[in-house]
Design a protein around this ligand. Structure first.
Ligand code: SF4
Length: 362
């Protein structure tokens, strides 16, 4: 079995700064990151490295559980979080599952172990609850590849089009959209749109292409992408398959078309997790962020999961934004009740409508 090496929290700053250097050079999304992000990547890591050390309880897990009870908090974690966070979460899921949980929770405080747009989504659905994010700098290259002013100008060129946006976008983009979708329900949502209604799909061009292929529906695509899912190397994937011919290739639809062509199953992280449990195969090559391998191994301990290889000889298939969250920061944000997601009410209420349409159509 191959596995992602565990790192101590202190290792992350060094490792991630190496990852970021390589991605800035190699991907278009990173160029946007370097120039136009709400959180420029260099600032992300500078902020991480500069953060003062604070004393932590000896038993961090017990302390987090105590805070959870005291605050009446729920911890929602994305599959791409580090294993220690996944193990303490009340709910682990992909974007759709997490937004459904956020919509249903009775907790007073939502601690969102994921990236900024996900915590924003929880706030859109729960304006009267406190939403905490362990590291406010945990952004997303895909969300940042679609700035609101540029997208508004793009949308103005297609006044008759319905706008369907993948949930991996900022609250401002959601507010400019008619319907939100996730990788779990994008095909289902698009199939429900009347055939004579033209569609803009944003921000992920790869997911958009995949939906076009699955539905046969023409759509105008915004040219955004995820820097993590575009790191996978087709040539290395083929080499890996030659060395493991028994392994099934499974992939997330944010991967580029040349990689998806080799996949025997394509689906959201939840769909991938479900697939490996019902498949007769004993080994899989998994083309998505390798954080999901923790849940796959727990669900099927006797099966083998091989992370699809990135182009460079590095761990750049790990999302550096997701990995900014640590168990220590999770504890600290609950103790301080900060960083908190705060949102302009006009943007929030405009972003809520397309979210509700998605939840109705899912
Ligand atoms: S894996 Fe890609 S889409 Fe997901 S949070 Fe990271 S950068 Fe964004």
């Amino acid at each position: 079995m191959f596995w992602v090496p565990r790192r101590s929290p202190g290792d992350w700053g060094q490792t991630q700064s190496v990852l970021v250097k390589s991605t800035i050079i190699s991907t278009p999304g990173s160029k946007v990151l370097a120039s136009a992000l709400h959180s420029p990547i260099t600032a992300v890591f500078a902020a991480t490295l500069d953060r003062p050390k604070r004393s932590l309880p000896h038993d961090l897990v017990a302390a987090i559980n105590d805070l959870k009870r005291d605050l009446n908090a729920v911890i929602l974690a994305h599959y791409y979080q580090e294993p220690g966070i996944q193990d303490i979460a009340d709910y682990i899921g992909d974007s759709l599952g997490l937004s459904q949980q956020a919509a249903q929770t009775n907790a007073d405080v939502i601690v969102f172990a994921g990236v900024h747009f996900m915590a924003e989504t929880a706030k859109i659905l729960n304006p009267h609850k406190q939403v905490l994010l362990p590291d406010l700098e945990a952004g997303c290259s895909l969300a940042d590849s679609c700035p609101a002013d540029a997208f508004a100008a793009f949308k103005a060129q297609y006044p008759d089009h319905l706008v369907i946006s993948y949930i991996n976008c900022t609250a401002e983009i959601k507010a400019l959209s008619d319907i939100i979708c996730t990788s779990s329900n994008a095909v289902k949502v698009v199939r429900q749109i009347p055939a004579d209604r033209p569609i803009i799909f944003a921000p992920d061009r790869n997911l958009g292409r995949y939906v076009i292929q699955e539905t046969g529906r023409e759509m105008v695509l915004w040219n955004g992408s995820c820097m993590v899912h575009e790191t996978f190397s087709e040539r290395k994937l083929i080499d890996l398959k030659i060395r493991h011919p028994e392994a099934e290739i499974i992939a997330h639809p944010e991967c580029e078309p040349p990689l998806l062509r080799h996949a025997e199953f394509v689906g959201s992280t939840t769909a991938l997790l479900n697939y490996i449990q019902r498949s007769d195969h004993a080994s899989f090559i998994v083309a998505t962020e390798p954080g999901i391998l923790h849940q796959m191994q727990k669900a099927e301990p006797t099966k083998t999961f091989i992370p699809a290889p990135p182009q460079a000889n590095c761990a750049c298939n790990e999302c550096p934004h997701m990995r900014l969250n640590t168990l220590e920061k999770l504890y600290q944000c609950m103790k301080d009740r900060s960083p908190e997601i705060v949102m302009d009410e006009a943007v929030r209420s405009a972003a809520l409508k397309p979210m509700q349409r998605m939840l109705e159509m899912s």
